[in-house]
Design a protein around this ligand. Structure first.
Ligand code: ATP
Ligand code: MG
Length: 440
């Protein structure tokens, strides 16, 4: 036998029945987004590397070391390109919105779902292909949209049964307000240079704000005693933040102020927030978001404010699993038992009629090429049972001869037995009239 090929490290297959959980979550999200009037956007997985360098920032973990990039072969005209598999979706959304001039008639509310790629060390809650669901509101500057996005996320947790979450918020103010803070922050860290780890020393002059979100416990003291950004904000920034907090309070969404919650890049401003949980160990951030009023301009668009968030689907689903929440299992309503392959054309007419009526039917099929037959009745009944179906449809020779199929309840529930006592014969050409019995 040929050597078995395996998936790429850190990239997971999502298999049934687990994939049902994914579809369940996606369904909840679609429904919720519609209620908040957010519309779906789908951008390509490959973009020019330059988009992420500009849109995420050169001095970030993602761009420094996590991107899957390659040089594309030349097209006929000799063009070649440096491409990257998207590590996140905000930059692409901004690119698309700019490219298609979507803000022409005012703001846009958008959402996306899909795979992202980052070369990280795979571990629980951290993969190389992972999935995000994100919401972005572009062209709106006021705190009410920041609040709307946070309310939307909180509503999602409620819809999917997650109660163990905490909302942390902070305000980054505006770039000019951060300049003075930056000077004092660098001075503070230089004074305590002996307490900085290697990462922090490297970032001291390139991106000192990022030192604040270190995960190194040894640096806790030096970070806690650092000058706080909030003390450098002007009245307009504080008013924006206060308005957001007032909306959250009025709507019963609890929040805590986290002074260490930052983003290291100049195009982030005002609101930043994260939904975190204690249930998932080290990878406890479920959803991260904030304002990026200067990003659209950075990517070459006409300046416009924007705010958004992205959640990690794997982490959210793991938390759903932790809470013991069961997701509706996908089982067919009926399993079609077909003793003789020659009757398949007739059988399928009935199955198609049932399916058109919304009944989920699994047809028995043989593993072989057909000449061996469909397998014994006993083995077919075993398969029917294993499928989880509530009914077996038996297309036997005698039943078919009288234009009928036998309907047999498999699960023994009282309602099923009443609907089809023992084994009731149903007319093939009247499938639409008895389909409802199978749908349950
Ligand atoms: P972290 O600090 O955990 O690395 P991040 O700041 O890199 O997160 P964002 O870029 O803000 O994360 O992405 C938003 C969300 O996507 C995260 O809060 C997390 O839930 C999820 N996420 C990010 N990277 C991964 C990954 N490699 N595997 C699984 N989920 C991820
Ligand atoms: Mg990361």
């Amino acid at each position: 036998m040929a050597e078995k090929l395996l998936a790429v490290k850190g990239m997971n297959d999502i298999l049934p029945p687990e994939s049902a959980r994914w579809e369940w979550l996606e369904g909840k999200v679609r429904d919720l987004m519609a209620r908040y009037a957010y519309r779906n956007i789908r951008t390509p997985i490959l973009e020019h590397t330059q988009l992420f360098v500009r849109g995420i920032g050169e001095v970030t973990d993602i761009v420094e070391k996590e991107m899957y990039s390659f040089e594309d072969r030349s097209d006929k005209n000799g063009d070649h390109a440096f491409l990257t598999m998207r590590p996140e979706n905000t930059a692409s959304v901004v690119r698309a919105v700019t490219e298609h001039n979507l803000l022409y008639e005012g703001g846009k509310r958008l959402y996306y779902m899909g795979p992202m790629f980052r070369r990280e060390r795979p571990q629980r809650g951290r993969y190389r292909q992972f999935h995000q669901i994100g919401a972005e509101a572009l062209g709106f500057g006021g705190p009410e949209v920041d609040a709307e996005l946070i309310l939307l996320a909180a509503a999602l947790w409620k819809d999917i049964g997650i109660i163990d979450w905490r909302l942390e918020i902070n305000s980054l103010g505006q770039p000019d307000e951060r300049a003075l803070h930056r000077t004092q922050l660098i001075a503070h860290f230089e004074q305590h240079a002996d307490m900085l780890d290697e990462d922090a020393r490297r970032r001291l002059h390139s991106n000192p704000l990022r030192i604040l979100d270190t995960k190194n416990p040894a640096m806790k003291a030096v970070v806690e005693s650092a000058p706080r950004l909030i003390d450098f904000l002007g009245t307009a920034s504080l008013a924006h933040f206060d308005a957001l907090k007032a909306i959250l309070d009025a709507n019963g969404v609890p929040w805590t102020l986290n002074h260490r919650l930052v983003r290291g890049l100049d195009y982030y401003n005002l609101t930043v927030f994260e939904f975190v949980t204690d249930q998932l160990g080290a990878q406890g951030t479920l959803c991260a978001g904030g304002r990026y009023d200067y990003l659209i301009e950075q990517i070459g668009g006409k300046p416009a404010p924007a705010v958004g968030w992205a959640l990690g689907v794997e982490r959210v689903l793991e938390l759903v699993r932790e809470t013991g929440q069961s997701v509706p299992a996908l089982v067919p309503d009926a399993y079609a038992i077909v003793p003789d392959a020659a009757s398949v054309p007739v059988v399928l007419q009935t199955l198609q009629a049932l399916r058109a009526q919304g009944v989920s039917v699994q047809m028995h099929a043989s593993a072989g090429s057909g000449t061996e037959g469909m397998g014994s009745m006993k083995s077919q009944f075993k398969k029917a049972d294993a499928s989880g179906a509530r009914f077996a449809l038996i297309f036997g020779e005698t039943e078919l001869a009288s234009g009928c199929v036998a309907v047999k309840p498999l699960r023994g529930s009282k309602a099923d037995a009443e609907a089809a006592p023992e084994q009731s014969l149903r007319k093939l050409d009247e499938a639409a009239s008895w389909a409802a019995i199978l749908r349950g």
